[in-house]
Design a binder for this molecule. Structure first.
Ligand SMILES: *Cc1c(COP(=O)(O)O)cnc(C)c1O
Length: 408
């Protein structure tokens, strides 16, 4: 059912982008083909000139991919979307479209590690000027803007510090300078946060995370609010070739059907886990958008419908404590990535944000003992029990260490 305009969000998750084929298939088939046969020489020519409708070659478009793209575009409220091979391929499509020699980009300091590295290594080499700023403070964004700023790239909540940027404020600032605003909406998904409602131009997702939700696909997507931006970015993606394939599109589209209920459960569980951690004596501090102690709690309330599944906390005992904790958990698996139905735990300083280097980490507030937890949809009591036992081990180990030091 392609006519999803009047549906509520949960219904759109189930139906958007899906159109019955000639056999009435309820689930769109996988068009596992690289190319499409033209009816005639004239038909082929019409497709290439853009006068005819249809598919030519899967790098350019494919019905299975298009069905998934239409679904995400509808959920975000954009005009059109383009599926990419990964979240990074989506991010690169945006950068390669709007940045070039002599242009300037303002980017969140707390950002997915490889996004930071891509700008500093590849785009800096091509003559792009880069400012990493604390986008949770609009004044800092304003101070960083220049005549040649073409793009403001925001991740909110940011990875891994969960700093929240006020999207409406940032859009206002960017518009004054004629810069585009792109938001990485991976952590919240359109079920909880719809950045186009705040005037953002482009949204990207790592669909590897919540959109697919089952930790079995690597994929990304770019969603445009305006057709003109879509056309520019689609050309870049077609020429650089980082497209998604039909089978992964099928899997992601299947995952999206349960997005609304999954996000509800992720948020509900994470709230309970965060409240447990906040009171625990081994936890130095915790950041979760649903806790009143979060520095941008009220900004979050303005733009989120729920607080999501991501929690960041610092253990007492720093790096060593983090190591013990991660070797002690059983239900929460020690793995990078996030947004799947299973709870995952990891240590950003030695894992996802290692490539940033210690100085950039320090500046972005990524401390050495920071732990990032992606809360799954298991029963919250099992997750808390697992964390409680692991925290007990941390406490024991630190006590033993202190005693050894005393008797030395
Ligand atoms: C994982 C992630 C990315 C990169 O996505 P890939 O699919 O791994 O390429 C980008 N942004 C955020 C916030 C992420 O969590």
């Amino acid at each position: 059912m392609k006519d999803h305009e009047n549906l509520n969000f949960e219904s759109m998750c189930v139906h958007a982008g899906i159109d019955a084929d000639e056999f009435g298939a309820v689930v769109p088939p996988i068009y596992q083909t690289s190319t499409f046969k033209f009816k005639s020489a004239q038909h082929g020519a019409a497709l290439f000139s853009g006068e005819g409708k249809g598919h030519i070659y899967t790098r350019m478009s494919n019905p299975t991919i298009e069905a998934m793209e239409d679904s995400v575009a509808a959920l975000e409220g954009g005009v059109k979307a383009m599926g990419c091979a990964s979240g990074m391929a989506a991010i690169n499509t945006v950068f390669a479209t709007f940045l070039g020699a002599g242009s300037h980009v303002v980017c969140s300091q707390a950002v997915y590690g490889p996004t930071n590295t891509l700008l500093r290594t590849v785009y800096a080499r091509f003559g792009v000027e880069i400012s990493f700023v604390d986008t949770s403070n609009p004044e800092d964004v304003k101070a960083a803007m220049k005549e040649n700023t073409r793009l403001v790239y925001v991740e909110t909540p940011g990875n891994p510090t969960l700093a929240i940027a006020d999207l409406a404020e940032i859009v206002k600032i960017a518009k004054e300078f004629g810069a585009k605003v792109c938001v990485d909406n991976t952590f919240m998904s359109p079920a909880l946060q719809r950045p186009f409602e705040f005037g953002v131009d482009v949204i990207i997702h790592s669909m590897t995370k919540f959109l697919n939700g089952h930790a079995d696909v690597v994929a990304g997507i770019v969603v445009a609010k305006e057709m003109s931006d879509y056309t520019l970015m689609k050309k870049v993606l077609n020429q650089t070739g980082g497209v998604i394939d039909p089978f992964n599109s099928f899997l992601v589209h299947r995952g999206i059907k349960t997005l609304a209920i999954r996000m509800e459960k992720h948020s509900e569980n994470a709230q309970k886990v965060a409240e447990f951690l906040e009171k625990h004596e081994m936890v130095e501090w915790i950041k979760y958008p649903g806790l009143r102690s979060h520095p941008q709690y009220f900004t979050g309330l303005k733009q989120h419908k729920g607080h999501g599944g991501m929690i960041t906390f610092e253990l007492k005992g720093g790096y060593d404590a983090g190591e013990i904790m991660m070797n002690s958990v059983k239900l929460c698996q020690l793995a990078v990535s996030l947004g799947g139905v299973e709870s995952l735990i990891q240590h950003p300083a030695s894992m996802t944000h290692f490539s940033m280097g210690p100085d950039a980490r320090k500046e972005a507030g990524i401390t050495e003992g920071l732990v990032r937890l992606s809360v799954g949809i298991e029963n919250h009591k099992d997750i808390i029990k697992d964390l409680e036992r692991a925290l007990y081990e941390v406490g024991e180990a630190l006590t033993v260490k202190q005693e050894k030091n005393l008797f030395r």
